[in-house]
Design a protein around this ligand. Structure first.
Ligand code: SF4
Ligand code: ZN
Ligand code: ZN
Length: 299
């Protein structure tokens, strides 16, 4: 006899471990959307009238973020950054296009066309993921700022956040630990950044994509192999299995204690990049310095 949904007669589609319950697809989707709404309200992520730019990678998390924000009535547009990583990026762009069709306007920025080289093609000592992150963050912020968006939404889920906090604790990166959370407020040319899936696990995001028929790119980026965050995710998954609620309690505990790290935050004066006008620690911002820009990037 199949197990029934807690709220109706239909067979269960998922067993949630925390809180423990069985749900059918419809009631699971309702539960998921309610949880996103509560996250937005609890952390004051968005006002109803704000214009949101959702950064869609072609993967599940950002696609689900766009889908749910739209369903909750927010005014969204999407941005896909094609990183120029061969076949992987080609497929990611195809998925992003498919995900946004009929949902929201999609803007596409291609790193290789814009900067001459794709991610992974630059000769540098800097790790690929490090300059990839720098490039993505700069592009989506610049795009949002130049086009008057009030917020940038990314698809980070509870597993991403918990593993990021754990990794930074293991290395005592207090500067990073002082600045994480579901909301990074906007300031000057930095547009507000929000994470609506902050309290939802990766497993729940996969289940939501499945229940709502969202197709997504399942391949990992070739540069992700061996990333330590994957190890931390696996440790946290083992702990969650033994003690359901480990991840959410860890992340909520961190948010309560974040002030301890804020006290260690090094204050430094930010100037203005002489090339693009974005905030910079030196004469040029890290993006213009890394890519050797002498002209402002036009998006
Ligand atoms: Fe960029 Fe790939 Fe590294 Fe992710 S894994 S930061 S997409 S290079
Ligand atoms: Zn049901
Ligand atoms: Zn600059």
């Amino acid at each position: 006899m199949p197990v029934k949904c807690r709220f109706c007669e239909r067979p269960a589609f998922i067993k949630l471990h925390y809180p423990k319950m069985y749900l059918c697809p419809e009631h699971f989707m309702e539960y998921f959307e309610r949880k996103v709404k509560r996250t937005i309200e609890r952390y004051k992520l968005l006002r109803p009238d704000e214009r949101v730019l959702v950064v869609v990678s072609g993967g599940k998390d950002s696609a689900v973020t766009a889908h749910v924000l739209k369903k909750l009535g927010y005014s969204i547009e999407c941005l896909h950054i094609n990183l120029g990583i061969g076949e992987y990026s080609k497929k990611s762009e195809e998925y992003a296009k498919r995900q946004c069709r009929g949902l929201a306007p999609l803007h596409i920025v291609r790193v290789k066309e814009l900067l001459g080289k794709g991610i992974g093609e630059v000769r540098t000592r800097r790790p690929t993921c490090s300059y990839c992150g720098l490039t993505k963050r700069y592009i989506f912020n610049k795009f949002a700022y130049d086009n008057g968006f009030d917020a940038i939404a990314t698809g980070h889920n509870l597993d991403d956040e918990a593993s990021f906090i754990l990794a930074n604790l293991m290395n005592w990166n207090t500067q990073y630990l002082a600045k994480q959370g579901p909301l990074l407020p906007g300031e000057g040319r930095f547009v507000k950044k929000i994470k609506p899936l902050y309290e939802l696990t990766e497993r729940e995001v996969v289940a939501y994509a499945l229940a709502s028929g969202i197709e997504y790119h399942m391949e990992e980026c070739p540069h992700a192999a061996g990333a330590t965050t994957l190890e931390y995710k696996s440790i946290l998954n083992d702990m969650e299995e033994k003690r359901p609620g480990t991840k959410i309690n860890f992340v909520k505990g961190y948010l309560r204690k974040k002030k301890l790290f804020e006290a260690e935050l090094e204050e430094y004066e930010l100037g203005k990049c002489s090339v693009c006008g974005m905030p910079a620690q030196g004469e040029r911002c890290s993006f213009c310095r890394f890519w050797g820009r002498s002209e402002e990037l036009k998006l």
